[in-house]
Design a protein around this ligand. Structure first.
Ligand code: PLP
Length: 441
């Protein structure tokens, strides 16, 4: 039954990465800044000991608890064996730590030898899946808005993205919950053709902040079974979902483990996006073609930071890291939302991830503002976000970048703000954003 998608595509030859940097690229780079994760969870964590010559004062002792991943990275670089190539599948210590942490979440004992592959960030993992499965003209079903890297990852591997929008079903002129953005399952099915090979799911979702419900996952899973599709479940924000939402994994639903590769990110999990460590989890036969591509692409992932993330997972449960992190992020979400409430700008309240979609329709950007020429051909949200950055001093992402061209009008009255920032940065942003009062109609 699975023979069609189990057959790997040719593993592509090397690509030269594009060096062009668009405005979006520049803006997008800012969303990676989230080192605050490391610092903000510490308050509830038990103290860890490191061997230092002169112990620090008790009042600052907890600061070192914040940094166990950073500390582990420092120690790893000093160990010779951590500075050599790793196995292409990933360092055994990290694969073991991932298996231990994720087995209960997948309701099965994960085999670190065959069911986990460590990748150079989630993005390279996703690229490798496409490289391992897509033939020229194979179609990939995407729900939009989508993480923008999917597109080039698909097209560079000969694939064709096919889009189905997730639409806001509530009143977008008022605050709404991210769960009110819905996929129409019939519309989704109408996008499937005999060339469809993969469907990509992202939950918790960037940029909506939606956490797909079990019912929604069941419907998507049923389509994948009916049309024999491989599911890529991009769950890079799987440790960041807020009460009362409950992140469910499509791979745990009946009959779906066999056709799902779940993607994770050390960068999102521990606030270390610059380390470029991620992973794929799935049955041996499914991850093998991706592993083949990954081995040609990068051979292996940097060793010391894999070691540090292994320590991160080993200790995270001990010190209640993930729970504390969610608490810290709930507070940050409120900090940012309260600014938009003061401004009367409607928001999508995220159930997970760390983004807020704001309805910017009521912001009146001066008509005679001197925008650079290249923005004239872009949708309205590009100009709004450019103006916000230049004149208000707060950078947001234009969400039409996450849509196919025909559906960009669905998003041009939104801007995506991120709250993966220090409280000081969020306070500074709040102060600046309040200047928007003068521009709201
Ligand atoms: C939905 C989604 N998937 C994947 C990624 C890439 O993650 P990584 O930094 O681990 O490559 C991101 C990063 O922003 C993302 O938002």
């Amino acid at each position: 039954m699975f023979s069609r998608f189990l057959r790997p595509a040719r593993v592509s030859s090397a690509f030269s990465p594009s060096s062009s940097r668009s405005l979006t690229g520049t803006l997008a780079a800012t969303r990676q800044s989230n080192s605050v994760f490391i610092r903000s969870f510490a308050v509830n964590a038990p103290r860890m000991t490191t061997s230092v010559l002169i112990p620090r004062a008790e009042r600052v002792a907890h600061f070192e608890q914040d940094d166990f991943v950073i500390e582990a990275a420092r120690e790893a670089v000093l160990r010779n064996e951590c500075n050599q190539y790793s196995h292409p599948k990933g360092r055994p210590r990290l694969r073991n730590a991932l298996a231990k942490s994720y087995s209960p979440l997948f309701n099965r004992t994960l085999d670190p030898e065959t069911e986990i592959v460590v990748t150079a960030g989630a993005n390279e993992g996703i690229f490798s899946i496409f490289a391992g499965y897509l033939d020229q003209g194979s179609e990939v079903i995407l729900m939009e808005p989508f993480f923008d890297q999917y597109i080039s990852n698909i097209t560079m591997n000969g694939g064709v993205p096919v889009y189905c929008p997730i639409r806001p079903k509530g009143d977008i002129t008022k605050d709404m919950n991210a769960s009110e953005w819905k996929i129409d399952i019939k519309e989704l099915e109408s996008k499937i053709t005999p060339r469809s090979k993969i469907i990509v799911l992202n939950t918790p979702h960037n940029p909506i902040g939606k956490v797909f419900s079990r019912e929604e996952l069941e419907e998507i899973g049923a389509l994948a079974v009916k049309h024999n599709l491989l599911i890529i479940s991009d769950e890079v924000y799987d440790r960041l979902y807020f009460n009362p939402s409950d992140h469910q994994r499509i791979a745990t639903l009946d009959g779906l483990w066999e056709r799902t590769i779940t993607v994770g990110s050390g960068g999102k999990t521990f606030g270390t996006t610059g380390w470029r460590v991620g992973w794929l989890i799935g049955p041996k036969s499914l991850v093998e073609p991706a592993l083949a591509a990954h081995t040609r692409l990068v051979f292996c992932v940097n060793s010391p930071l894999q070691e540090a993330l292994a320590v991160g997972f080993e200790r995270a449960d001990e010190v209640g890291f993930f729970g504390s992190q969610v608490g810290a992020y709930e507070a940050k979400r409120e900090r940012l939302l309260s600014v938009f409430r003061q401004l009367g700008l409607p928001c999508t309240i995220p159930e997970g991830s760390y983004f807020v979609l704001v309805n910017t329709d009521r912001i009146q950007v001066p008509k005679d503002y001197p925008f650079p020429e290249l923005l004239n051909s872009r949708p309205k949200d590009f100009r709004t976000c450019y103006w916000l950055t230049k004149e208000i001093g707060v950078c947001a992402i234009p969400p039409t970048e996450f849509y196919s061209k025909p559906n960009q009008p669905l998003a041009e009255n939104f801007a995506r703000f991120a709250f993966c920032k220090t409280d000081e940065t969020l306070d500074a942003a709040a102060e600046r954003l309040l200047k928007l009062k003068d521009y709201i109609k």
